[in-house]
Design a protein around this ligand. Structure first.
Ligand SMILES: Cc1cc2nc3c(=O)[nH]c(=O)nc-3n(C[C@H](O)[C@H](O)[C@H](O)COP(=O)(O)OP(=O)(O)OC[C@H]3O[C@@H](n4cnc5c(N)ncnc54)[C@H](O)[C@@H]3O)c2cc1C
Length: 305
């Protein structure tokens, strides 16, 4: 299974395959389970439906590693329109962004300026922005951008990956100032020098980090943890831990990806758990889609069918 996962993750970065495969109709058809559509309109229509069912929503416009300055301005423009549409529709939808889409590979200052523009509009709309965590080679720069922006903006959240050995230290460094931290297991192929490879080790680390994030010391300072996982054992652990410490479930959130473990999503929303669904959209879905397949290679069957 590990080998298959590595092959899939390698595929997601291969230019030739990334150009060819998305053109096949059967690949596009299998995508609909994970994505309501390629356009912002389709994503927001789904947000309306989900919010009517008491889910919170997050959207992300797919794309990474932008190489042209002009293109990053187009992405900023797109997200500003999205933030304004969200306001017009009176949705609570947040946006989640990748810094390499906003210019991190070109110039870190360009990326900071682009983010600052988005944070300003989000702030005017009483919203905050999630920053995704990409491959390990971007971790230091991502934290640098986050720390820089956090000095002037309270409406920014950062994602940390439980599969990295260094995350506990990063978490402890960030917690005293952080308002929003999202914990994920991690979705990229990384070297064993920096990242755990055994699922049990990653799960154990996730539990350890989530316990730190539920510390009353930080919750009392306005920190809001987000646990992004579809793993029911982990969710049960978090809920039990919170309940043992008399932490109300409104003080933290569980977030999941659109279309994944829908029964679990339904169950949690019925139990009045604070749950958010992240919807991805856009034309550049291929690397993202392959990472979703790699998370559960049984999804390959879906493609084959
Ligand atoms: C809101 C959100 C934001 C994220 N942001 C980032 C980010 O910024 N950086 C990053 O590296 N990663 C990110 N991820 C992805 C994350 O790192 C994991 O790869 C992903 O969530 C799968 O891990 P899991 O915690 O669900 O646990 P797993 O152990 O992988 O899965 C738990 C259960 O859910 C099922 N499941 C999980 N994924 C799938 C799938 N794709 N299809 C079908 N079943 C599935 C599994 O089969 C299993 O039963 C994000 C995930 C979410 C939910």
């Amino acid at each position: 299974m590990g080998l298959l996962k590595n092959i899939l993750l390698w595929t997601s970065k291969n230019d030739w395959i990334s150009n060819k495969l998305p053109k096949y109709k059967f690949v596009k058809n299998s995508l609909s389970r994970f994505m309501p559509g390629e356009t912002l309109v389709e994503a927001l229509n789904e947000c309306v439906k989900l919010e009517n069912l008491n889910y919170g929503t997050i959207i992300t416009y797919l794309g990474e590693n932008t190489t042209e300055r002009e293109q990053t301005y187009k992405i900023v423009h797109h997200y500003i329109n999205a933030l304004n549409d969200i306001k017009t529709k009176s949705l609570g939808t947040l946006i989640s962004v990748k810094l390499t889409q906003l210019g991190l590979d070109i110039d870190i200052n360009l990326c900071i300026e682009n983010m600052q523009k988005l944070l300003k509009v989000a702030n005017d709309n009483n919203a905050f922005i999630w920053v995704d965590m990409e491959e390990y080679c971007y971790l230091d720069k991502t934290l640098q951008v986050y720390n820089d922006l956090k000095k002037m903006n309270n409406n920014i959240g950062i994602t940390l990956q439980a599969y990295l050995f260094r995350t506990e230290k990063d978490l402890i460094d960030l917690l005293p100032q952080a308002t929003y931290i999202r914990l994920v297991k991690g979705a990229y192929i990384e070297s064993s020098d920096v990242s755990m490879k055994i699922k049990n080790d990653i799960d154990e680390n996730y539990l350890k980090l989530s316990k730190i994030m539920l510390s009353k010391e930080y919750l009392g300072n306005g920190f809001k943890p987000s646990f992004a996982t579809h793993d029911d054992d982990i969710i049960n652990f978090i809920n039990t831990e919170a309940s043992n410490q008399h932490i109300d479930c409104s003080l933290y959130e569980i977030s999941m990806l659109y279309g994944i473990r829908r029964n679990l999503q339904n169950k949690l929303v019925k139990e009045s758990q604070n749950i958010k669904i992240l919807i991805s959209y856009g034309e550049e879905w291929f690397p993202w889609y392959i990472r979703r397949i790699a998370e559960n290679p049984k999804n390959l069957l879906l493609l084959v069918k």
